[in-house]
Design a protein around this ligand. Structure first.
Ligand SMILES: NC(=O)c1ccc[n+]([C@@H]2O[C@H](COP(=O)([O-])OP(=O)(O)OC[C@H]3O[C@@H](n4cnc5c(N)ncnc54)[C@H](O)[C@@H]3O)[C@@H](O)[C@H]2O)c1
Length: 304
């Protein structure tokens, strides 16, 4: 099958490419390389340097006739969405609408969309289920939620099928410092260099860290899973505080580092953990990688 991966030169996208190629898919990537890297795209995939918000995608969809689209290309930073909501809106909403519109015009069977825990906002009860209240506390979260609603309507009005995957905080090799799960990558680099760590808030804030190759597996399963119009959290359904995370990482790295606390960032969620029963029921997916092994792999990648 032929799959278009938008944002495939990025962190999560590059692991999805590895998975798709292992499964013998034909893979095309569009990426403007704003945060992604050319080296992240294996030579077996075709990379087109395009901007989903600016370039006309219709010719590409018309000539390539993709079976499936995995849509990841996005502005991924919560603080950047607060500083420049217009840019966030242009890439994440307008860019996504262009992808969806081309997909429905040229017979794409399903769009798998990378959404986020940010659609829930600061939820009262964790782990958060898919039918919880959706009340984003950042423009980034709002832009993801808006695209989810576009998907729903594209299905209702034009029969374009979709799967929405709401990721918790993703971590692993090839992650940049920006974006949602970037804290592990920043900590890994600084711990190995023996540098101090900056913590926003009291460090008691929790996150649900899911390993990137598990996320890649979920995307692959979502392409052909039975049922349509699926929405599933992709998470471990556990939470760890930033203070605990630092302890685990410094233990694995066998390093001691100074911690520096500063005020919490606007728009940041305090507790975050997502239930993952729907992913198990609908995709047959569960996270396979323990946090300690994922962190070990990540630290080793930073070391080399
Ligand atoms: N990393 C996480 O923890 C996490 C959590 C929830 C959701 N997500 C979502 O997963 C997706 C992938 O995130 P990531 O962590 O791999 O980030 P990333 O920045 O590594 O990947 C995003 C990719 O999109 C490309 N891109 C950005 N704007 C583009 C545009 N206008 N046109 C074409 N390409 C463009 C970038 O160059 C990059 O390669 C994003 O949609 C993000 O919102 C990530």
């Amino acid at each position: 099958m032929k799959v278009l991966v938008t944002g495939g030169a990025g962190f999560i996208g590059s692991h999805i490419l590895d998975k798709l190629l292992r499964e013998n898919c034909q893979v095309v990537v569009i990426d403007n390389l704003s945060t992604g890297r050319r080296e992240n795209v294996p030579s077996a995939a075709k990379l087109l340097e395009m901007d989903i918000a600016c370039d006309d995608l219709t010719e590409l969809f018309k000539t390539e006739l993709f079976d499936y689209v995995i849509h990841l290309a996005a502005q991924t930073s919560v603080p950047a969405s607060l500083n420049d909501p217009e840019h966030d809106c242009r890439i994440n909403i307008l860019g996504s609408v262009k992808v969806l519109d081309a997909a429905r015009k040229f017979g794409v069977k399903r769009v798998v969309f990378s959404s986020s825990a940010a659609v829930y906002g600061d939820a009262a009860a964790v782990p958060i289920k898919e039918d919880s209240v959706l009340r984003p506390s950042s423009f980034y979260g709002l832009s993801k939620l808006t695209v989810e609603q576009y998907l729903r309507l594209y299905k209702e009005l034009f029969d374009l099928d979709y799967a929405i995957l709401r990721y918790a905080n993703v971590y692993g090799e090839r992650q940049g410092d920006n974006g949602e799960g970037g804290v592990i990558s920043i900590f890994a680099r600084r711990i190995l260099a023996g540098q101090s760590l900056s913590i926003f808030g009291d460090g008691g804030q929790t996150r649900d860290f899911v390993y990137v190759s598990d996320v890649a597996d979920a995307n692959f399963l979502a392409l052909t899973a039975h049922g349509s119009g699926l929405t599933a959290n992709i998470s471990t359904a556990t939470e760890i505080s930033i203070n605990n995370l630092i302890e685990v990482m410094t233990d694995i790295a066998e390093k001691k580092v100074e911690k520096r606390y500063s005020v919490a960032r606007e728009g940041d969620i305090y507790r975050s953990s997502l239930a993952n029963d729907v992913a198990l029921e609908t995709l047959g997916w569960r996270p396979e990688t323990r946090l300690s092994s994922g962190l070990l792999n990540t630290l080793q990648a930073h070391r080399s």
